[in-house]
Design a protein around this ligand. Sequence first.
Ligand SMILES: [Zn+2]
Length: 143
Amino acid sequence: MKCDICNKDVFRENAHLLTTTEVVSQPEYWKLYYESNVRHFASLGSHSFGEFILKNFLTQSWFQMSGQESPWLVCPDCISLFEVDHSKTRNYAVKCWESKQWWRFKKTFLPPGSGSADGFLGLIVASNCTQLALGKDKPVLQQ
Ligand SMILES: [Zn+2]
């Protein structure tokens, strides 16, 4: 199995399972997404994370990612991006893994809150990404 964020191999022993809402609501995820595709976005005329937001690439990418129904498998490196309970997301990954291996479970386990993310969340995410692009700790309009 591969990490849905960075595409590295993940194993039962160290995988985490996150819902789409948990992934797409994290501004650091979008920063990494931009940085992983930096050449692609540069070729489209966007040369910084700020431009990625301003030129609507964030919105376009949001619509692609937020519609994903199935949960995301996340490796031990990428999990540090997300402000979630890491023991819970570990536990969900194990449960999901086991539910796929045993014939007596009729359905694959899905973590609570699975399914596509609420569209309105996109507005909050855009605002949080903008703050991240500007540097969260530096108030922009100070004097
Ligand atoms: Zn990863």
